[in-house]
Every structure is written in C-alpha cells, then in structure tokens.
Ligand binder design. Structure first.
Ligand code: NAD
Ligand code: TYD
Length: 340
C-alpha cells in the first residue's frame, strides 16, 4: 500500500492520541498531520509541546460537528485515525450522555466525512472492553472472534462505534480497520485512570484507592507499543479487519498497586480498599497472535521497563500532574471517592 503521508488524527491532545502523533512524525519522516480535538477535560495542549509546526497542525473542534470536521478535512487525507472519545468507565457510570454523543454520533460524523473527502483508510481505535469480561481461567483469552458483550456504557458506546465502521465498509465500501487494545499506561495519562491516579496520589503520600477485592485483572501495555501497533495496522492491516493488541501482561489490580508503591519507595499501607465499581469487569486478557503473525508487530517494552520509564516521567513532570489535578478534576474526585 502507498505510504500514508497525510493523517487526520482525532483526539490527538489526549493520552494515546498525543503519543501516536509523536510516533507518526518520527516514523513517517515526510508525513503531515492535522490533529483535531475538542479539548475536553482530558485534552491538554501541554501534551503537544515541542512538535514541529510545519508538519503538525492543531485544530480545535468537535467530532460531532459535521461542518467543522468537513472544513478541517477540506484537503482530504490518506487516513483518519479516530482516538477522540470519552474514555473513562467510571464517568460513563455517573452519566452516559457524552459517551453516546462523542463515541457513537461522533464516529458516524467522521465516517461520513471520510467518505465525502475520499479518505483512503479509516482507523478506529477501539478497546478490548467491547468483548466484556473473561472468566479467571488460564486458557480464556479475547480473540478477534470473541462475541461483543460490552458491560459498561463506555464499552457499549465503543462497540456501537465498531458496528458503525463495519456498516460503512459493508454498505459504502469505505476501507475501515479496527484495533482493540487493553489497558495502556505511560506518560501524559490523565490522573483519573488507575495507574496515574495511584502514582500521583502516592507521590503526595495520599491513599491509593483499590476497588472491591483488588483481584480484577487487566492486561497492561505501554502506550508507545500500542501506538506502534496502530501505525502497523494503518499502513499494512487488511481492509475490514480487526486486530487485538496486547503485550501478554496480565496483572491483578492489587499487584499493580504494590509494584507502583514499591517502585516509589512507599509503604503498602497506602492501599485503601474502597467500594467496588458497579458492574466491574473481572478480567481482560488479550491473545495478540493475529497482529503478531500478520503484521510482525511485537511490544518493545516489558512491564518492568515500561513502568520504570513511566514513573520517571511522572516524577520529572510534577507540574503537568499538578495542572491536571486542578479544577474540574477535584470536583470529579470528590464525587467518585467522597473526599478531595
Ligand atoms: P483520553 O480521554 O486521554 O483522550 C481523549 C481525547 O479525545 C481528548 O484529547 C479529548 O479532548 C478528545 N475528545 C473527546 N471528545 C471529543 C469530541 N467530541 N471531539 C473531538 N475531540 C474529543 O483517552 P485515551 O486514553 O487517550 O484514549 C484514546 C482512544 O483509545 C479512545 O478512543 C479510547 O476508547 C481508546 N482506548 C483507550 C485505552 C486506554 O487504556 N486508555 C485502551 C484501549 C483503547
Ligand atoms: P481504569 O484505569 O479506570 O481502566 P478500565 O476500567 O478501563 O480497565 O481502571 C483499571 C482497573 O483499576 C479497573 O479494574 C478498575 C480499577 N480501579 C481501582 O481499583 N481504583 C481506582 O481508583 C480506579 C480509577 C480504577
């Protein structure tokens, strides 16, 4: 396939989107990126500091606004890569409206615009959570054939978005590909998610809240490994296919909390077991054999190397964390955990 040189990235001021933009600028030397992002509470221009303005243009806009999307896509693109989403399960439990709006309606607006602007390929960044929860057995894994069984408003909205991509391909012949990844960690993740929340709390000697019995399992991957997988799928994935992305790194939440505290030199007594999340999925575990076999993708980071780098980044970027933990974050924290 001809190289993808003009990229239209949505949600590129967020955690994973900003890592993808950095990687794409590095890996595709002459690519041009339009980064379209509404700058919700999770979007942060600090995440784009230092990028080459000749090759990266930021446009503030909402993916539900079809006029704004069409205008930003005026000159067409080789690929649309859709990261823009409401992404936090706990928020979707408090209120699902924004999830349906952005993740479902927004994806349809982008699909229509991609068709109208004759975009070559549409990459939908999805999640393993669309496949629901696995039993705690060594031989149970998500594959691309696993049924859709979303359990939270977040995962249901992401499943709906996947269906819309499938329909755009089947009905209109749009070239769509989907990636489904597990739990990402790395620099610039908004501190409402488990890993950066623990890091930022523990660094201030505040308790680290662990839901329920702490034995829920997540399959962790470093954000740059996820972005390398998205690049591979964008460039070489087969049209219409879905690729699961995972680093074969299952951990119980309480083990993750212990590793983080240990790495920071903080006592395990900071762990505080709190009320469980309603409908909390028990286990996610991804079989990434398809992307390994077809595209030769492999993660480069181990859990140990990735965690060490991530912790170093949060220690060296206390300012970023302090800014992210200001304002609206405090209100959310009080609502979710009952304290500020
Ligand atoms: P994030 O919440 O950090 O960033 C989301 C970005 O989307 C923000 O910059 C926000 O401003 C932007 N956005 C939100 N609504 C928008 C709208 N209506 N129009 C334009 N921009 C909008 O999320 P993330 O963790 O970087 O996740 C990115 C994508 O990857 C999401 O689609 C998510 O479902 C998917 N994903 C995330 C993970 C994970 O572990 N974080 C795992 C698998 C898949
Ligand atoms: P999260 O980062 O919200 O990702 P997801 O729900 O998409 O997997 O949570 C990761 C795991 O950590 C999940 O099992 C819920 C749990 N968790 C806690 O135990 N305490 C917390 O304060 C948070 C935010 C999450």
């Amino acid at each position: 396939m001809r190289e993808m040189k003009k990229l239209f990235v949505t949600g590129g001021a967020g955690f994973i989107g900003s890592a993808f933009v950095r990687l794409a600028l590095e890996e595709i030397p002459d690519c041009q990126i339009i980064n379209f992002d509404a700058l919700t509470y999770a979007g942060n221009l600090d995440n784009l500091e230092g990028l080459d303005e000749r090759r990266h243009r930021f446009v503030r806009g909402d993916i539900c606004d079809d006029d704004a999307v069409l205008a930003a896509l005026e000159e067409g693109a080789d690929a649309v890569v859709n990261f823009a989403a409401e992404s936090h399960v706990d928020r979707s439990i408090h209120s699902a409206g924004d999830f349906i709006r952005t993740n479902v309606l927004g994806t349809q607006v982008l699909l229509d615009a991609a068709r109208e602007r004759k975009v070559r390929r549409f990459v939908q960044v999805s999640t393993d959570e669309v496949m629901g929860s696995l039993p705690e057995r060594d031989d149970a894994f998500f594959t691309e054939e696993s049924p859709f069984e979303p359990n939270s408003p977040y995962s249901a909205s992401k499943a709906a978005a996947e269906h819309l991509c499938r329909a755009a391909r089947h009905t209109h012949g749009l070239d769509t590909v989907v990636t489904r990844c597990g739990n990402n960690y790395g620099p610039r993740q908004f501190p409402e998610k488990f890993l950066p929340l623990m890091l930022s709390n523990a660094m201030c000697d505040e308790p680290v809240p662990v839901y329920g019995d702490g034995r829920n399992v997540r399959d962790w991957i470093h954000v740059e490994d996820h972005c390398r997988a998205i690049l591979a799928v964008m460039r070489r994935g087969r049209a219409g296919e879905t690729y699961n992305v995972g680093a074969r790194n299952e951990r119980r939440n309480v083990e993750v909390a212990e590793s983080v505290l240990n790495a920071l030199g903080k006592p395990p007594s900071l762990i505080k077991f709190v009320k469980d999340r309603p409908g909390h999925d028990r286990r996610y575990a991804i079989n990434p054999a398809k992307i390994e076999r077809e595209l030769g993708w492999r993660p480069l980071e181990t859990w140990e190397s990735g965690l060490e780098k991530t912790i170093r980044w949060y220690k060296e970027n206390a300012e970023w964390v302090a800014r992210a933990r200001n304002g609206a974050y405090r209100e959310y924290y009080a609502k979710q955990y009952g304290t500020t």
